[in-house]
Design a protein around this ligand. Structure first.
Ligand code: G3I
Length: 425
């Protein structure tokens, strides 16, 4: 399969000679570096990335080679208005590999143009904030309110989109009063006991799952049961987050085990349970996550690991990304790339093209690792639709996603499709 080849209008496409990319790659765990260059040499011509076990090395240019291949059309315009033009669908292009998801806010669905684009491109959705504890809990606890996410769940049910449930147990975006005696929000509030907090946690997980699964049956296919519980350096022997986690402080390190136990108890049998974290490619964090995941797996209560993947233009190296992805896959669990974006802080054409190349290298890596059974990625989710709506865009100068605020494609979009017009380097 070649992702990104599904019928689009021939806008911005010019006729060029057959490609001269030659790609090198190493096996999982072998390192050739994100930006490693190989010595140029004359190579046979190929027109598309050959399946290789890992990220490619720099392409080699054939010196003054005569064209021997038939001519091939290569895209040159990467800024296509999704309002005017038909563009290939990411979820369709990657359907033999993984579902392609999008994190949205309720506001995104109030815009018909965005709605149309979402339906065309994605087959998985994540609520950016609307299903978090601070959105569902009110101080009339234990009664939860689902007003924040009802519309998004309804949209998914109506249109056959599956949802990642994000997120049940997280140290952030959960009100402090949830951990206090009498749900007090006063300064002199006192923490409840471990036993009471375990009861509250179980009740919370049960209510969220029961509501979602009975009101919108079949919509949620995966739950981020625990989010960001690892923070090596906080003093816990297993690298658990301690300092800013009231879950850890009130219940203890096994709050993760208990959360997964309760989640399994109330989840529908076909729903997958995930541990989700950021910077998963950092070695200490990666090791701690593998250890935790193996422990929960022995208990039979976890199905996958979420690599959030808020990455930069040069950090992490794709070698480190690959190592983490392989190690997580070696546990036998599924991997979801749950929150992908690239923190680009410039919108020059040159930098947007560099971003497109990085997206292409990343998707190429995923493809090659999967083709070679080194990785078990079942979903890739972009953390936002358009640059202007990204969580990163507090200063208005971030360009991390596949579409710009005019709902035009960026080079990043074509990179994610492995389009021939985007060079790998
Ligand atoms: O709801 C209030 C609103 O009432 C107020 O007027 C407004 C003023 O700033 O703030 C609103 O809350 C914001 C909320 O997003 C909803 O828009 C918060 O300030 C803001 O901090 C919050 O940011 C979210 C962030 O999580 C908070 O942790 C981002 O939108 C959301 O994309 C982000 O998502 C997380 C994932 O869940 C977990 N992984 C990391 C990822 C990025 O931080």
């Amino acid at each position: 399969m070649q992702p990104g080849r599904l019928g689009w209008k021939k806008n911005g496409v010019c006729v060029l000679l057959a490609g001269i990319l030659v790609l090198g790659a190493a096996g999982c765990g072998e390192k050739n570096g994100d930006e490693t260059k190989i010595t140029p040499s004359v190579q046979p011509e190929i027109t598309e990335p050959a399946p290789q076990p890992t990220e490619p090395a720099e392409p080699t240019r054939a010196a003054a080679a005569e064209p021997t291949e038939p001519v091939k059309e290569v895209r040159t315009n990467f800024y296509v208005s999704t309002l005017d033009e038909e563009i290939p669908s990411l979820s369709e292009a990657w359907k033999d590999y993984f579902s392609v998801g999008i994190a949205l806010t309720a506001n995104d669905l109030r815009n018909e143009l965005k709605e149309e684009l979402i339906l065309q491109q994605f087959n998985s959705m994540t609520c950016g904030n609307e299903m978090k504890a601070d959105a569902l809990l009110d101080r009339n606890c234990p009664v939860l309110s689902f007003k924040s996410c009802d519309g998004m769940l309804q949209f998914c049910m109506e249109h056959g989109i599956k949802m990642r449930g994000h997120t049940l147990v997280w140290h952030s975006q959960v009100p402090e009063w949830f951990f206090m005696e009498g749900y007090s929000n006063q300064k002199d509030a006192v923490f409840v006991s471990r036993e009471v907090m375990l009861e509250r946690m179980e009740n919370y997980i049960r209510q969220v799952m029961e509501y979602v699964n009975t009101t919108y049956p079949g919509v949620v296919y995966a739950w981020d049961v625990v989010n960001e519980a690892i923070a090596p350096g906080d003093g816990d022997p297993d690298g658990m987050r301690v300092e800013d986690s009231l879950w850890y402080q009130v219940i203890g390190a096994d709050f993760v085990d208990k959360a997964f136990e309760y989640a399994r108890k109330y989840a529908d049998p076909e729903q997958k349970l995930f541990y989700n974290d950021f910077n998963t490619y950092e070695p200490a964090k990666r090791l701690a996550i593998v250890k935790l995941a193996n422990r929960i797996k022995e208990q039979g209560n976890i199905d996958g690991i979420g690599m959030q993947s808020h990455i930069g233009m040069s950090y992490p190296s794709l070698d480190d990304f690959e190592t983490a992805l392989c190690k997580f896959s070696e546990t036998g669990l599924e991997v979801h790339i749950t929150e992908l974006d690239i923190n680009l802080d410039s919108n020059t054409e040159e930098d947007l093209m560099k971003e497109g190349k990085r997206y292409k290298r990343l998707f190429f890596l995923l493809k090659n690792l999967m083709d070679n059974n080194k990785a078990n990625v079942t979903n890739v989710t972009l953390w936002g639709l358009t640059d202007d709506g990204s969580w990163l865009n507090k200063d208005g100068k971030r360009y991390p996603l596949l579409f710009n605020q005019l709902l035009e494609t960026k080079p990043a979009f074509w990179g994610a499709l492995l389009d021939d017009g985007i060079p790998l380097y």
